[in-house]
Design a protein around this ligand. Sequence first.
Ligand code: KG4
Ligand code: ZN
Length: 340
Amino acid sequence: MIILGLESSCDDCSASVVEETSTGPVLRSLVRESQDAIHGPFGGVVPELAAREHLLQVRSVIAGALAEAGVGLQDLDRIAVTRGPGLVGSLLATFSASKAVAWRHGIPWVGVHHLLGHLNAARFSAPDLAFPALVLLVSGGHTHLYLALDWTSLHLLQKTRDDAAGEAFDKTARMLNLGYPGGPLVDACARAAARAADPFTPPKFRDGKASWSFSGLKTGVKLRVERNPRLAEAGATDANVQGLCRSLQEAISAWLLKPIPDLAQEHGACSLIISGGVACNSRLRAEAATMAARQDLRLALPEPRLCTDNGAMIAAAGALLAADSEPWSQNADADLKLGA
Ligand code: KG4
Ligand code: ZN
């Protein structure tokens, strides 16, 4: 089965051709247009600008993915597109385009939940993964831990009470004037650090409920910058900036992984999947590998270009779902719930 996967839930416009074979999905092409230059000056995604840019990008992104894979629309067995959650204006660009192409060419169509996409990004390198699996989805909008019994369902175990982990990276980069998006820049700075700054104190929850919190990190960085305003101007080559990034990255990795061993035991999980943009983080990847080996968990970490938002993960998830029999009345849903 040859699937065209489309994704535009936030600020990346992406299309990919994936071939679903008897041994799992094979990536035939992947095209992604970044909008970093547009949103960079604002320090975050401006929804209206993102939506307009997607409209300009969607045709060439689809054409590029088909050309790179050497296929035409007539070769497609299915079109899969992100239905939500996300920014509604952004979602609508590929959503509407996908329905128009599917209708015009009579191609079966399926709408996909964005998080099922992130889960299925792991299928490219680990199609034979054993379940139950713990699934850590960490991005600019999500910091959620799920239990998965297969590749098409996610049951929430715990999530952040406030900011997503990606937000902590992005806001820190902003306070340190490192640029946008912050995650990769903080990661590079942290890797260059000779030593870490003072560690960040983990949050304590009075109600004892299992969860994460990352908004305190934002305040922590803000206070350190207020105490030492030089940090905001010194740039990526400064040893103190690098040390601060390293402490932040160490805190986020350690906090994210902390609940995994107990929950793996409680749910009899044999695998751990980590996906979403923050799964590109070098420290998190290294720590996860060490922890998984110690806990006897098989670790599935998609390659970085499949961790961030992309059309290939949507195609891989769409391959496992039943095509919608009546796509034309379907709409994108900014708050789409899992299982809806
Ligand atoms: O999954 P994604 O592309 O989009 C969302 O659905 O949010 O994730 C984007 C997030 C951003 O917050 C970005 O800063 C973060 O992933 N990110 C990273 C790294 N690369 C991207 N965070 C930490 N380290 C990285 N290397
Ligand atoms: Zn995402």
